[in-house]
Design a protein. Structure first.
Length: 256
């Protein structure tokens, strides 16, 4: 078994209705209850449903080993912020994760580095693990992507302390037909992993890849990639099960 579990996260974005979300969670719970990658500790799973579904999904997944989080978090903990959801509220309803900095929120809602850094800090001070999305806007060489992405992580985490999940998502690969190449992903994630290793304030952190990630990708990546952040390819729970199979095969190969 690997020294630390492979992290598999799923963001459902706004694709599912409420009933559909709950049915999907029930299928995922059955998979997690039975899959040896989860029950044996080789994989850790988390799911980010839409806000109204967090409480019922947490109930469905209770005891399955699958954690729940939110797709966003307010910069402030309380006050006159209409429509926002605070870190204390997310913690109270059972969240363990909060996604911040996704390219869609940057593009559609104008969230810049100042806001993303403030949301990251809000998650950390409330005992939530930020799933901090970083990644270059346009296709560049792997070395240049690594340079830009490490610089981005450094800006967003400046002065912060605590465990984070760095989700490397090159913005040009989000929603694309194919993910970035294995060599590209490995180069950038290795650089991010080295950066985390040099910063003991973030001990326990991990780097995962998102951006059209799906079955078959994990086996092409090296140990510097700590897992996958899934979107539309996880809409069928069978695809998640297939990825868990890959985690299990990898863990058995390491033992052998």
């Amino acid at each position: 078994m690997p020294s630390r579990p492979v992290t598999i996260g799923v963001s459902l974005k706004m694709y599912f209705g409420h009933t559909q979300t709950l049915n999907w969670a029930r299928r995922l719970a059955r998979t997690a209850d039975l899959h040896p990658a989860v029950t044996g500790g080789a994989a850790r799973l988390f799911v980010l449903p839409a806000f109204p579904a967090i409480v019922p999904v947490a109930g469905i997944l209770a005891g399955s080993g699958v954690a729940v989080g939110a797709q966003d978090i307010a910069t402030e903990d309380a006050g006159p912020y209409t429509g926002e959801v605070s870190g204390p509220s997310l913690k109270e309803i059972g969240c363990r994760y909060a996604e911040v900095g996704h390219a869609e929120r940057r593009r559609l809602y104008g969230e810049g580095d100042t806001v993303v850094a403030a949301k990251t800090a809000a998650a950390l001070r409330n005992g939530l693990t930020p799933v901090l999305c970083v990644g270059e806007l346009d296709p560049v060489t792997p070395d240049e992507a690594a340079r830009r992405t490490v610089a981005e992580a450094e800006r967003l985490l400046h002065g912060a302390t605590g465990e984070v999940v760095l989700a490397y998502e090159p913005q040009w690969a989000i929603g694309a037909a194919e993910p970035a190449s294995a060599a590209h992903i490995t180069t950038v994630c290795a650089a991010l992993t080295r950066w985390l290793d040099e910063h003991p304030a973030h001990t326990g952190s991990t780097v995962i890849y998102g951006g059209s990630a799906g079955p078959g990708l994990l086996t092409r990546l090296g140990p510097d990639v700590g897992g996958l952040f899934l979107g539309r390819f996880a809409h069928d729970p069978a695809a998640v099960e297939s990825i868990l199979d890959e985690v299990l095969d990898s863990s058995r190969a390491q033992v052998a």
